[in-house]
Design a protein around this ligand. Structure first.
Ligand code: PLP
Length: 396
C-alpha cells in the first residue's frame, strides 16, 4: 500500500458498483432484491444495430486512434440532424465509452473541475485520481437541481482568469433535470464571460421524454464539447462506445487527447464502431425505438414520482433519463429516531429491510447528512416493491 499513488489511496469501487455487489450478496442468500441502484437501459439494443454488429464481427484491424472515418462522418451527420450544428469529422474523437473520454479530457486539460451538486458519481473521482481541484456548484430543488447562472457567476468571479472545465449533464443523472433553451442561453452569458470550457454530457439525449433535447452547443458553440455515445439511448452500455465532438477552435484539445489515447487504449473495438455507424443513421426503426423508449420512461417516471410523493418523499420532476432523486428531509425526526441520519443509512436500511437497492445522495456530492437518494426507475417489476418499502421506512 505504501507504493500506491496518493491520489488513489483509500479509493473504493465506484459507488454504483458497490451497491450492485451488495445486492448480489443478498441475492445469493436467496433474498429478493429490487435493483434500482444501477443505471442501465432496460431496452435491448435495436435489432438492426445488433444485426450490423453481427455482420461486422469479422472486422479485426486496429482502427485509427480518433475513430473509424465512416463513424466520425456519421457522428457529424447525426449532430447536424439532431441539433442543426456543423462540425468537421476531423474534430470527432471516438473512445471506449464516454467515461474513458472524460477521464482523458481531465487528464490533458489543465484546469479545475466544476460540477453541480448533485451530479454523476464518476466526475469527481476522476478529478481526484488526476489531482485536479473540484468545485461543487450549489443547486436548488426549486430549480430542479440544475446549474443556475448566479451560482456559476459567484464561483467564477472569485478568480476570473482561472481555467475551468464545467461538466453539464442534460438529461441529468441523478436528477432527470433537462435544461431548456432559455436556461442554456442564460448560462451561456456567464460561460462566455469567464471563458469556461464545457463538456456537455448528453449521453441520455434520446431519452428526453417531455420535450426535444437541446444541446448547449447551440448557444455556446465555441466553448462546448458534446459528449454522447451508445450507452443509454441505444441501450448498449456494455458495448463501450462513446464520442466527443469538438468545435474547430478546440481541435488542439482533441489532438492532445488522441495522442494520449494512442499510448493507452489505442482505439475502440472495430465491430462496435461499424455497428455505431448503423445506430446513428436516420432510420424509421430507430425513430420508433426512441419514441417507444420515451413513452415507457415517461410513464415509469410519473408512476414512480406519484408513488414516492404519496409515501412522503419530496421529488423533483424529471424530464429525461432513468432516474429520480427524492429526499426525505420532512421525515428527519422520525428517521433519526430510528438511527437513520444520512443517505447512506437510509439506503442501507432500505436494502436490508426491503431488498430495494438505491444509492445515497452523498454519492452524487450532496452534503453529508442529507436524507436523499437516487433511484433508477427502470426496474420494471420494482415499482410496487418500492412503494411498499418507502412507505414502511417512513411510516413506522
Ligand atoms: N455520463 C453519465 C451522466 C452517465 O450516467 C454515464 C453512465 O452511467 C456515463 C456518462 C458514462 O457512459 P459511458 O457508458 O459512455 O461510459
Amino acid at each position: 500500500e505504501v507504493y500506491l499513488n496518493l491520489n488513489v489511496r483509500g479509493m473504493g469501487h465506484s459507488a454504483t458498483l458497490a451497491i450492485n455487489e451488495h445486492s448480489r450478496r443478498l441475492l445469493a442468500q436467496g433474498r429478493r432484491v429490487y435493483r434500482l441502484g444501477l443505471g442501465q437501459s432496460p431496452f435491448p439494443v435495436p435489432e438492426h444495430v445488433r444485426d450490423s454488429l453481427a455482420r461486422n464481427a469479422h472486422q479485426k484491424d486496429y482502427l485509427p486512434v480518433m475513430g473509424l472515418q465512416a463513424l466520425r462522418e456519421a457522428v457529424v451527420a447525426w449532430v447536424k440532424r439532431t441539433e442543426g450544428l456543423d462540425y468537421a469529422a476531423d474534430n470527432v474523437l471516438v473512445g471506449p465509452g464516454t467515461k474513458e473520454l472524460m477521464f482523458l479530457m481531465q487528464l490533458v486539460y489543465y484546469g479545475d473541475l466544476v460540477i453541480p451538486s448533485p451530479s454523476w458519481v464518476s466526475y469527481a473521482p476522476q478529478a481526484r485520481i488526476i489531482g485536479r481541484h473540484i468545485h461543487w456548484l450549489r443547486t436548488r430543488p426549486e430549480a430542479g437541481l440544475g446549474v443556475e447562472p448566479d451560482a456559476l457567476e459567484e464561483l467564477c468571479a472569485r478568480d476570473p482568469n482561472r481555467p475551468r472545465l464545467l461538466i453539464l449533464n442534460s438529461p441529468g443523472n441523478p436528477t432527470g433535470h433537462c435544461y431548456d433553451a432559455a436556461q442554456l442561453q442564460a448560462l451561456t452569458a456567464v460561460l462566455r464571460k469567464y471563458r469556461v470550457l464545457v463538456l456537455s454530457d448528453e449521453i441520455y439525449s434520446g431519452t428526453h421524454y417531455t420535450n426535444q433535447h437541446v444541446s448547449l452547443a447551440r448557444y455556446y458553440p465555441e466553448g462546448t464539447i458534446i459528449s454522447n455515445g451508445l450507452s443509454k439511448w441505444c441501450g448498449a452500455g456494455g458495448w463501450r462506445l462513446g464520442f466527443l465532438v469538438f468545435p474547430e477552435g478546440l481541435s488542439w484539445l482533441a489532438k492532445a487527447m488522441a495522442a494520449v489515447a494512442s499510448e493507452t487504449f489505442t482505439s475502440t473495438a472495430a465491430p462496435i464502431q461499424y455497428a455505431a455507424v448503423t445506430a446513428l443513421e436516420e432510420r424509421p426503426e430507430m425513430r420508433d425505438y426512441l419514441a417507444h423508449s420515451r413513452r415507457v420512461l415517461g410513464a415509469l417516471s410519473s408512476h414512480a414520482r406519484r408513488t414516492l410523493t404519496a409515501a412522503g418523499a419530496t421529488v423533483n420532476r424529471a424530464a429525461g433519463g432513468f432516474y429520480l432523486f427524492p429526499h426525505f428531509e420532512r421525515h428527519r425526526p422520525r428517521l433519526e429516531a430510528r438511527g437513520i441520519v444520512d443517505g447512506a443509512a437510509l439506503c442501507q436500511t432500505l436494502l436490508e429491510d426491503t431488498g430495494v437497492a438505491v444509492l445515497p445522495g452523498q454519492c452524487f456530492g450532496r452534503p453529508p447528512g442529507e436524507l436523499s437518494m437516487r433511484l433508477a426507475i427502470v426496474d420494471f417489476d420494482g415499482a410496487g416493491a418500492l412503494e411498499a418499502a418507502v412507505g414502511e421506512a417512513v411510516d413506522d
